[in-house]
Ligand binder design. Sequence first.
Ligand SMILES: [Zn+2]
Length: 338
Amino acid sequence: MKKNLLMLTSTILLIFLIPFIGAFSFNLLNGNPNPETSPKELSGNLSVSDKTLKIYNCSTQSTMEMNFEEYIVGVLTGEMPASYELEALKAQAVAARSYILSRMEYYNTNGTAAEHHGCDICTNSQHCKAWLSVEEANQKWGSDWSEKYLDKLKRAVNETKGEYMTYENQTVKAFFFSSSNGKTENAEDVWGGSYPYLKSVSSEGDISSPDNESSAEFSKDDFIQKLKSKFSDIEITPLLKDMIGDTVKTDGGNVKTIRIGGKDFKGTEIRSLFSLRSAAFTISVSDDNEAVVFNVSGYGHGVGMSQYGANFMAKQGKTYKEILSHYYSGVTISNFSK
Ligand SMILES: [Zn+2]
């Protein structure tokens, strides 16, 4: 279901999670002559307004220019099923704005990314956030997609115009993902960086997702080969089940560490080695000792807002602000267009 959040590499995330350092004076959008929409200063002395953003389109390898709100419509298109409830889409719009702003602030402070080819942001979901044009969406989901959904996405963006989240006057790094195992994760358990607003909370709606459970099977040789790519001296026993030892879980219920073949693997390492949908998994060995099966719950890294959970809350009548304050503890909704 969630198309694009899954494969952010840990390297990129680690770089991104390094706290912002110092201030960097740079007016991103080159001033604004209209006093009514004069740019609001964000942390890192980044200014943003309705002026044009430069976006590097990774699929066409070209530069696009559009205003921030128009860009967010394309991010919503790429990042959340348009069939989701309006309040969930509004929560996603605010989360996407916050995430993108925090990313732009990071590059403002630390220098531009080569991936951006001189632009403010890019459309690579593994680097920034996915973005799809109306034409691409119609191609992907059928020619009537825009007729059915475009007005709804625009409404979600317009009704939250300029809104983003802050915590103690800092822009919130609003991570989000598809669905959890029933609880979200502490950021520090997944990437090491701790944020007061990225803490484990319940997300019980996720377990009702038809997509929630998945499995992945590997042959004995494949299993051992992948483990050896991390620890070449791993201890291999005649019965595979004897290699699999104790699991330590995170507050959110993902695998924090698991002992296999006498080595301690992080749950996130196993997720990456075996391309699992999440780090909430159990391992079983076939009776003939020839195959290993991972049973996995949830989809994504588990930090921040669960999109499926947001939709579940919206269906129960919660507003986008209630959804956001549930998944991002203690945040304030700010607005850069006022
Ligand atoms: Zn990027």
